[in-house]
Design a protein around this ligand. Sequence first.
Ligand code: NAP
Length: 220
Amino acid sequence: MQRTGKLAVLGAGHVGPVIARLAIRAGYPVAIATSGDPDDIALITELVIPGAQPRWASDAVADADTVVLAIPLHRFLDVDPGLLAGKLVVDAMNYWPASDGVLPAFEDGASKGIGSSEIVARRLTGSAVVKALNHIGYHELEEWARPAGAPDRRATGLAGDDPAAVAAVAELTDRIGYDPVPLGSLRAARVLQPGGPVFGQVLTLPEFERAVYEDARNLR
Ligand SMILES: NC(=O)c1ccc[n+]([C@@H]2O[C@H](COP(=O)([O-])OP(=O)(O)OC[C@H]3O[C@@H](n4cnc5c(N)ncnc54)[C@H](OP(=O)(O)O)[C@@H]3O)[C@@H](O)[C@H]2O)c1
């Protein structure tokens, strides 16, 4: 089975720090990076993500087993796929034209029913890509994290083409506080993206399964 091991979170905006905090709380070693100098985020990291290591993105990725992409999709196009080769990549990104602008590759994909993570994976041919942690807003993601077995625990979906990678990310999401719901191949990740039945929702496991059932059964 693939290991999630050490995490590199790329992106220190809204959702990156939340994922980093939850992962640290769950016992993962975490480095966090922007596209710039880690010194620029050193103080804020110490204050809001205690325990995370601010690093240059390339160094954080080189030392990591798992890389969480928590950057705007239009900025992803600047990331060198070679940097991520051999890594387990968690795609927490969404295609959001209002903030990303219209991105022809993703727009064209959407018109053909191809999900954004499938397009991300086509670019990252050397990585195992799993879509996860994209469909819950950053405030709620932190607020609703619960230990396994908590009666009000919520669910989060994930999808990917590599079963070992999906299992590893399911373990990560479980440890950070959510019931993982593997939906199948990366094609199924479309139910997690904007316009899908669970996007922006924080649902219990039965609610989540009910919400995706109609979509997911045709997507496996
Ligand atoms: N906001 C949410 O509630 C939420 C929840 C789940 C998923 N998402 C998805 O997560 C992604 C990020 O959303 P956000 O709201 O957190 O964005 P954001 O607040 O705009 O933050 C983006 C971060 O990415 C960094 N960044 C940009 N290019 C980078 C690169 N090449 N390497 C490393 N870091 C880079 C930016 O720093 P520099 O510009 O300084 O490099 C910034 O820290 C989006 O696709 C969004 O749809 C968001």
